[in-house]
Write a protein that binds this ligand. Structure first.
Ligand code: UD2
Length: 304
């Protein structure tokens, strides 16, 4: 067929699975995944799903057979990266480089890389612009930054049409609350469903820029059709921040649960304030986040 062929690495993960939903009717989608994710739903059956590792030969072969590569597969845990930096780097650095090397030798029309706001480390100012210093505090932030730098270097040196996004705190109902690496939203919702108190680490005044996975998918769709985006990095956030305490109360309110909030000591290594500046994505991509936090949280009520 003359449909575009799109390879989504990590297509069973949180971002990848929503991308499959958005793209499978418009393009010929192939998923490469190592089946390590614990997301809650699977992709439609007509998709070709290949079990494999981004570092292996199969990954390079798949890159060559597709037009567009969306690389979402990664070691995603900050904690795991602290315990085993080598394994984190093998996945995030060498895996990315393996795909880039294959793309360099094939007519790839777009290579999208999912980086992370973790590349900024402890923010010196908010809202955080893309030019904010990048001093990661974890092997994970370092490996993500490294993957990004390779993508940008392949654009400069080899003309590869690559672009990167730096997501802030992504949430969706497919994030499994039982996974110890799941975000605060999944955890608070899990508590609310069982009428237990959400546990706040610290005073609850810390802020985060929570972005719905649907807005992340929207931004990636915009990247696919924008050539000016090549060789560029974009913050993927909403530009708004919410305190963890506000979040806890919003969730209790949505679920109609009347329990007190519980406080525990601050989590070591936590950053205090985080909020993205998304002017660049607005200007170049015409990106506008559409999902308000409260609306995005209502979506969790639907899948029990
Ligand atoms: C996010 C990313 C992480 C990395 C990091 C870089 C997620 C899930 N994690 O970590 O991968 O990119 O940013 O800075 O997006 N909290 C509570 N109670 C709980 C759980 C968390 O109070 O039960 C607090 C936690 O102490 C923190 C805030 O909520 O202050 C957000 O925690 P998180 O684990 O959702 O995400 P974060 O920003 O630490």
């Amino acid at each position: 067929s003359n449909m575009q062929r799109i390879l989504i690495t990590g297509g069973l993960g949180q971002v990848g699975s929503y991308l499959v939903d958005a793209l499978h009717e418009k393009a010929e989608v192939t998923v490469l995944d190592n089946f390590s994710s614990t997301t809650r739903e699977t992709v439609p059956r007509e998709i070709s799903i290949i079990k494999g590792d981004v570092r292996d030969r199969i990954a390079a072969d798949l890159v060559k057979q597709n037009d567009i590569i969306i690389h979402t597969a990664a070691q995603i845990s900050v904690t795991a990266s602290m315990e085993d930096p080598l394994s984190d780097a093998h996945n995030n650095v060498f895996g990315t480089l393996n795909l880039l090397e294959a793309a360099r030798r094939s007519p790839t029309s777009k290579f999208v890389y999912i980086s992370s706001a973790a590349v900024y480390g402890d923010p010196l100012y908010t809202p955080i612009t893309e030019s904010h210093p990048q001093d990661p505090l974890s092997p994970y932030g370092t490996s993500k930054l490294s993957g990004e730098k390779y993508c940008m270097m392949y654009h400069k040196a080899f003309g590869l049409p690559s672009c990167c996004i730096r997501p802030f705190n992504i949430y969706s109902p497919r994030q499994d609350p039982d996974n110890p690496y799941s975000g605060v939203i999944s955890r608070f919702i899990d508590k609310a469903r069982t009428k237990q108190s959400p546990v706040i680490f610290g005073d609850g005044n810390q802020t985060r820029d929570f972005i719905s996975v649907h807005d992340i998918v929207d931004m990636i769709m915009l990247l696919l059709e924008n050539e000016e985006a090549n060789g560029q990095v974009f913050n993927a956030g909403t530009g708004n921040s919410t305190t963890v305490s506000e979040l806890a109360h919003m969730i209790l309110d949505i679920f109609g649960v009347d329990v007190p909030v519980q406080y525990m000591p601050e989590r070591p290594g936590d950053i205090k304030y985080s909020c993205s500046d998304i002017s660049k994505a607005r200007e170049i991509l015409g990106f506008e986040p559409k999902v308000l936090l409260r609306e995005g949280l209502m979506e969790f009520e639907e899948i029990k």
